[in-house]
Write a protein that binds this ligand. Structure first.
Ligand code: 26W
Length: 778
């Protein structure tokens, strides 16, 4: 093997003044990253001619980038050899912080898309914010979630290049800031691979510091400007469920939208001059949810104010450039900005919103839509700006992220829009990158697969289909079981270190990991665990396969109920883990600070994947795909991408339960929480555990509030709005079925492998090629 890379690592270490023997994790990280950067630089500079696509996203949840980059560069083996040679452990880089510049699915999807585009040779660059602090670090103290800052730059940022000379100025009503781009290479894997760019903007003062104030010894005033500027990109908002009228959040959105557009226009003018008619031939911009949607009036403004186009010239260009992805139908998450707030932050943008609104009204009038009938379309409703409406109107494409989600958009949530412009709507079912979510996180299963069918699956996941005939070979199934056992042992060791908890690796692993939200129904899972516990104690359940129930989730810091659910799971865990009778039957663990790197440990070890959202609420889900790819069965509802997963892998190889979206949304429903509890004493008992003294919420009243949300409702919602009680019985049944089936280990492993063999369609390579062809025209 060519040893250029190893030599480069040695050189970088020497430059840092250390040797392989004296280097700590930080030095090793810096050296290996800089060595890799050195080698890839020539490839990064190559830019193919032709149209480029831009992914505008407030979040990019990359996780740890170093191992993924080394894998994609084909340098991972040489790095591991180098470590071995110096008697260093391959886990030395585990101390490096994740890049956690995102909340959950939407941000991680953006990261998977970048990886897939670079691998498939699709010219796609990411544009976002370089938050100083990513999503908070979570600790569980006394069962309660506590938040601490996430200092992701602690070990430096060797993968970014600051591009001072490409800074732009952004104006707000009350301040101006400089946006400085930090570029990261996005490295494709394999032969078709290219190196694209993730450009993250950092806010800085236009003037370094106020020297006059400084000389007058008014230091607060001297630094005020700097602090106010830096505040803009200081923190990622930790909400993934509600949009509150937050000034700073709007500022962040405008900040990265305007900076990205200015930088894109600069590039265009360099190539084409001031003739903007070719803009949609050169540039496609995908809006990741409505967060960057202020880009629409901002591009109009830039074209009209700085380049003197008329509105009727600029509008079709804008519509040709932009496309919009919707990630949620939860009403609380649909962004609407108060006009007053908007005017006090970015008044210069408002006139362009008015132009859009009026143009829309004219179009509606021409189609005979007036009065009340026109209202669901209004971008401006008198007091607020509806960002999703603006996004649908002023783009050429709106897409959902799984088939059922897109159908719900067309038939319900956005039906008025679909009626007018059906050709604008399409589905792009989400996907995940198999490089991170199989090759990196599960080298053992990867080796099994490669031994059977070769390694073509790394860039063409459909090749997993070739496993189908192989699955009848008992030896393959047995090897899969050994892999699963090995991944459980690895998780056991990791959990022992991180949580001080002794997982039983001989148990079935049942895993629910995702943001904490009522609609995702972690509380239903906890109820079912408690019901199983009582069933075992009373002898109602016999022949039970011992099970470890694992949870990982962060709650938005202001989401009171979500935090109550964390506390409740902790209480259930305490009851069960401390009961000697349960020692060989059940364990419950809520892991702290669930993040991308933790997911990479948990997913490969899982037997059962919990995907239990109320039908019609989870747009797609993506962890469901990661579990499938790593050989877990889905215990889930007919929601999001679960539907497409069971369609591929077969209902007989998964555990589907619960009401369908039609049943949930049936206007003729007569069931009530009270009736359901009356008919089902076991259900009554678990629900009452919230308030009957079984558990202690530390005097906070959180459990009472949860109880009331189920049984009484609240001013803003009906009782049990996510139908936990309706689905309780069928959930318990399905879960017990999985538990019984597991006891025929060979048969269960076979089911798991059938899931793996049919995971091909859930590669983000497939998704990104669909975006490229069907939306971006690449
Ligand atoms: C305005 C606050 C806010 C912030 C983020 C509202 C909503 C969000 C996101 C839409 C939350 C999110 O991550 N949604 C998830 O997107 C995934 C990728 O498409 C889907 O797989 C998940 O089902 C969806 O919940």
């Amino acid at each position: 093997m060519d040893k250029t890379f190893s030599k480069e690592i040695d050189r970088e270490l020497a430059r840092l003044g250390v040797s392989p023997e004296t280097a700590g994790p930080k030095e090793l990280y810096t050296a290996v990253s800089q060595a890799a950067m050195e080698l890839l630089m020539p490839r990064w500079k190559e830019k193919a001619a032709g149209k480029r696509a831009c992914y505008f996203s407030a979040e990019f949840l990359l996780g740890r980038v170093v191992s993924a980059n080394l894998l994609n560069l084909g340098l991972l083996e040489e790095w591991n050899d180098w470590l071995r040679q110096h008697h260093l452990h391959p886990d030395v880089l585990e101390e490096i912080e994740d890049d956690a510049l995102g909340n959950g699915g939407l941000g991680r999807l953006a990261a998977c898309f970048l990886d897939s585009a670079a691998t498939q040779g699709v010219p796609l660059d990411g544009y976002g914010i370089r938050y100083r602090y990513g999503l908070f670090r979570q600790k569980i103290e006394n069962g309660f979630q506590r938040e601490y800052p996430d200092d992701w730059l602690r070990f430096g940022d060797p993968w970014s290049v600051r591009r001072e000379e490409e800074s732009v100025v952004i104006s707000f009503r009350d301040q101006q800031v400089r946006a400085v781009p930090y570029d990261m290479p996005v490295i494709g894997y394999g032969e078709k691979g290219v190196v694209n760019t993730l450009r993250l903007w950092q806010a800085e003062p236009v003037e370094e510091l106020d020297l006059t104030a400084f000389n007058n010894q008014d230091y607060d005033a001297a630094y005020r400007n700097r602090n106010r500027a830096e505040a803009l990109s200081a923190v990622l908002y930790p909400n993934d469920d509600t949009q509150e009228g937050k000034r700073l959040r709007l500022k962040q959105q405008y900040f990265f939208s305007s900076a990205s557009l200015q930088s894109i226009l600069r590039g265009y003018i360099t190539r084409r001059g001031e003739d903007f008619t070719h803009l949609p031939e050169d540039v496609a911009i995908q809006l990741n949810d409505t967060h960057p949607t202020v880009s629409i009036p901002e591009l109009l403004r830039l074209l009209m104010e700085e380049h003197l186009l008329s509105f009727e010239e600029a509008f079709p260009l804008v519509q040709g450039v932009f496309a919009y992805t919707n990630h949620t139908i939860m009403a609380e998450a649909l962004e609407k900005w108060d006009v007053e707030l908007l005017l006090s932050v970015i008044p210069q943008v408002y006139p362009y919103i008015v132009l859009l609104h009026n143009r829309l009204r004219r179009e509606l009038r021409d189609r005979g839509i007036t009065g009340k009938e026109a209202e669901p379309y209004f971008i401006l409703d008198g007091t607020r700006v509806h960002m999703a409406r603006m996004a649908i109107y002023a783009t050429h494409s709106t897409n959902g992220v799984a088939r059922i989600h897109t159908d719900i958009l067309k038939e319900r949530a956005l039906k008025e829009w679909y009626a007018l412009w059906p050709e604008r709507f399409s589905n792009k079912t989400n996907g995940i990158t198999q490089r991170r979510w199989l090759a990196l996180c599960n080298p053992e299963l990867s080796a099994l697969i490669t031994d059977e069918i070769g390694d073509g699956w790394l860039t063409d996941l459909d090749q997993l289909e070739q496993l189908v005939p192989v699955l009848e070979d008992g030896a393959v199934v047995a090897r899969f079981q050994q892999v699963k056992e090995e991944k459980k042992r690895q998780l056991r060791d990791y959990v022992a270190k991180r949580e001080g908890f002794e997982l039983r690796e001989d148990f079935l692993f049942d895993v629910q990991i995702k943001r904490l939200h009522e609609y995702k129904r972690q509380l239903l899972n906890a109820f079912a665990i408690l019901d199983t516990y009582w069933g075992l104690k009373e002898g109602r359940i016999t022949g039970f396969q011992p099970t470890a129930y694992l949870f990982g989730a962060k709650a938005a810091p202001g989401y009171y109920r979500a935090k109550g659910i964390i506390k409740y799971i902790g209480e259930v865990a305490r009851l069960i883990n401390s009961d000697p009778e349960m020692k060989d039957l059940m364990q419950v663990l809520f892991v702290q600070n669930y993040d991308v790197s933790y997911a990479e440990k948990l997913i490969p070890s899982a037997d059962v994947s919990e995907q239990i959202s109320t039908a019609g609420t989870e747009a797609s889900g993506t962890s469901n795909m990661k579990f499938m790819l790593n050989g877990a069965v889905t215990l889930g509802t007919l929601d999001g991408a679960n539907i497409e997963i069971v369609e591929q892998a077969g209902a007989e190889n998964n555990y589907i339960f619960g009401a369908t979206v039609e049943q949930i949304q049936d206007p003729g429903r007569t069931d009530t929480p009270e009736h359901l509890c009356e008919a089902q004493p076991r259900l009554r008992r678990v629900v009452e555990s919230l308030v009957d003294g079984t558990f202690d919420d530390g005097g906070t009243g959180m459990f009472r509030e949860l109880y009331d949300s189920l049984m009484k409702g609240a001013s803003w919602h009906k009782p049990d709005q996510y139908d936990l009680l309706l689905d309780f019985q069928s959930y318990c049944d399905a879960r017990l079925r999985a538990n019984r089936d597991y006891q025929d280990r060979g048969e269960f492993a076979h089911k798991c492998l059938v899931n793996v063999a049919h995971a091909g369609p859930f590669s983000s390579d497939r998704t990104i090629l669909q975006y490229a062809k069907e939306i971006w025209g690449l």
